[in-house]
Design a protein around this ligand. Sequence first.
Ligand code: BMA
Length: 378
Amino acid sequence: MIGKSIKITVTAFTLLGMIACNSAKKQSSCTASDTLRTGQTERLYTWLQKIPEQGFMFGHQDATVYGIGWEGDSARSDVKSVCGDYPAVCGWEVGRIETGKSASLDNVPFDRIRQEMILNYLRGGMNTLSWHTDNPLTGGDSWDVSAKDSVVKSILPGGTNHDMFMGWLDTMAAFFHSLKTADGTKVPVLFRPWHEHTGSWFWWGKDHCTPEQYKELWILTYDYLHSKGVNNLLYAYSPGGGGSADEYIERYPGDKYVDLLGFDYYQMNGAEGTDSYRTVMNNTLTYLTAFGKEHGKPIAVTETGLEALPVKEWWTNVLYPILEKYPVSYVLLWRNAREKPNHYYAPYPGQLTEKNFVEFYNNPRTLFCNDLKGQLYN
Ligand code: BMA
């Protein structure tokens, strides 16, 4: 494919960011999210703030570990097979690492995930991580809400499962520490815990804990990982889209604990859902843009997509025209499941939207891995 060229002068901003942080540190007012970050993590953060001037990064969940009709091949990605380049952002999922399993709930070995995260970093891409945490009270999965409002309560300080849960956070800390290149450089990760909590389908969702308990869980997670010396994370807050601005903010743990503001929202009902998808995306992105400015945080669409892509020009007629109006740093499309028929969100060779995706890719404002030119961390 013909490469697109962009010039990004991130260095000057990095320097400014470092100076700002250093001088703030002297006054002891540097936010906690600015401390305990490696240089590469800090530079990634500067990039996330700056990128909307150039466009937005394209991301795909589990991009290089499986796709439609394949699994485990090295260096493969459905997105790359279609447009010739890797996504700029790869999303990963570590649900079940906390209970000592060797593979995720989507059956990807954690060793493979670690390897792919490192490879993506070395290619110059960004990694983001979700955690569909098993239910610590019932032993069920994230979607097990049978114990209603007793689960979050049970893992907070004073709860019956608190110690066990801290052990789960130890496992997460060990995983983050293990993300290192051969020369010992820590791989930065945009961590996206406790997501879609404005809905009630996960045990940490709205109907299963109070706003105070949710915030406490977030802050506990953040503080504990910091106390374990985890310094390669940025934190993304991602409620479900479709709610009001008030609902979005209600459980926000505070600027000190969040680096990026996102939301998850999907187009439902195939082609028929296009209008309502546009409406909800525009509403959510409008208040998120204001909220981002007000709080000085980058914004992103942390999960989206149209399952099985039945709309031929979805990329250039639906997704792009929405995103181009807002200062979005990245968009992450959900996974191309190899085990669930029609559960895919990015095209693969022969898929209906393949040509349209190439058109989307060729737009200079959609950024893929090669467009980053290794500048994310330098
Ligand atoms: C959901 C689906 C599930 C998957 C989960 C975690 O949206 O894709 O099949 O297990 O995400 O990745």
